[in-house]
Design a protein around this ligand. Structure first.
Ligand code: MTE
Ligand code: MO
Length: 307
């Protein structure tokens, strides 16, 4: 597949591209997996100043190479199986140390926010990366609505746990479902911390975490929890899924850091996804390129410890 810059993708090129995939997929008997994306709703949003150097990852790569263990552990599993997820109706329960707890319907959340497009780097702890044009809003908008009390210091997030619509839960019963993640409150309120409801100008595909998922661009990808149903403000550091599974490999902070290797591989470089067979590895940047924005959050901390 030829490499297209997102900015160069005209609706026609996009259409042709999709037709080619559909044709190829039909030949393999995989056509249903693209049914969702072919119907994806276009979103209206404002552009923002958040851009990065480098080419946007082709949409077909970002929507077929995924980590979403509720749909299996292979990179192509989520695109094959996530179309069964029912994302409407959807609500997010916000509770704990907030003055306005409650079940927030997704349409009420969206009514009060201005959707914005942000082009961010995305770096998985497995040492691959993408550049993704997300559409969504700042997490701080939602947290302000819930109005944390003075004691709140952390934010805990939880993914939907619906085995009927998430076959990977049954395939991997010993995994500590539901998937959970957390941030310090000041990290959660940081202007870079984003809730995505779309990507590539359209509604978020299910395999990428529809209808809403976190995006924390300076942290390893596993912090960017998908299909959120619960947000809890607390005064204690919340447990996080990958830390529960292997606390010697995945910490709470998990800021992208080329100077601290994963115990089993280097974090010094990364493989851009969708760049083609001969794409070379590129150096990994401290805080994934967002050092000047976020380094202040960690002043005085021993960064060799918080892998
Ligand atoms: N609920 C849930 N959220 C998740 C995951 C998951 O398995 N389940 N995987 C994480 C990991 S490891 C990464 S790298 C990103 C992948 O996001 P993407 O598929 O949109 O690229 O989602 C994160 N969020
Ligand atoms: Mo990841």
């Amino acid at each position: 597949m030829s490499k297209l810059l997102y900015s160069q993708v005209t609706p026609k090129a996009d259409f042709l591209n999709r037709r080619q995939i559909m044709a190829g997929a039909a030949g393999l008997g995989l056509a249903p997996m693209f049914a969702g994306s072919a119907n994806a709703k276009a979103l209206s949003f404002k552009k923002s100043g958040y851009k990065v150097d480098g080419d946007i990852t082709p949409k077909d790569a970002a929507t077929t190479y995924n980590n979403y263990y509720e749909y299996g552990t292979a990179k192509d599993d989520p695109a094959k199986y996530a179309s069964v997820l029912k994302t409407d109706p959807w609500s997010v329960e916000i509770s704990g140390m907030v003055n306005n707890p409650g079940k927030y319907a997704l349409e009420d959340i969206l009514k009060d926010v201005d959707l914005e497009e942000r082009i961010y780097r995305f770096r998985c702890v497995e040492a691959w990366s993408m550049i993704v044009p997300w559409v969504g809003f700042q997490l701080s908008d939602l947290i302000k609505k819930a109005d944390p009390t003075g004691s709140a210091k952390y934010v805990a997030f939880e993914t939907l746990n619906r085995p009927d619509e998430m076959p990977g839960i049954g395939w991997n019963p010993r995994f500590p479902w539901p998937y959970v993640e957390g941030l310090r409150l000041d990290e959660a309120m940081h202007p870079l911390t984003f809730v995505a409801t779309g990507m590539y100008g359209e509604e978020l595909p299910n395999q990428n975490g529809a209808p809403l998922r976190l995006v924390v661009p300076w942290k390893y990808g596993f912090k960017s929890i998908k299909s959120i149903v619960k947000i809890t403000l607390t005064d204690k550091e919340p447990p996080t899924t990958w830390n529960k599974i292997a606390d010697n490999e995945y910490g709470f902070y998990s800021n992208v850091n080329p100077d601290v290797d994963h115990p089993r591989w280097s974090q010094g470089s990364e493989r851009p996804i969708g760049g083609g067979l001969f794409a070379s590895r590129i150096p990994t940047l401290k805080y994934n390129g967002y050092e000047k924005d976020v380094a202040g959050l960690y002043a005085g901390m021993d960064l060799t410890k918080y892998f």
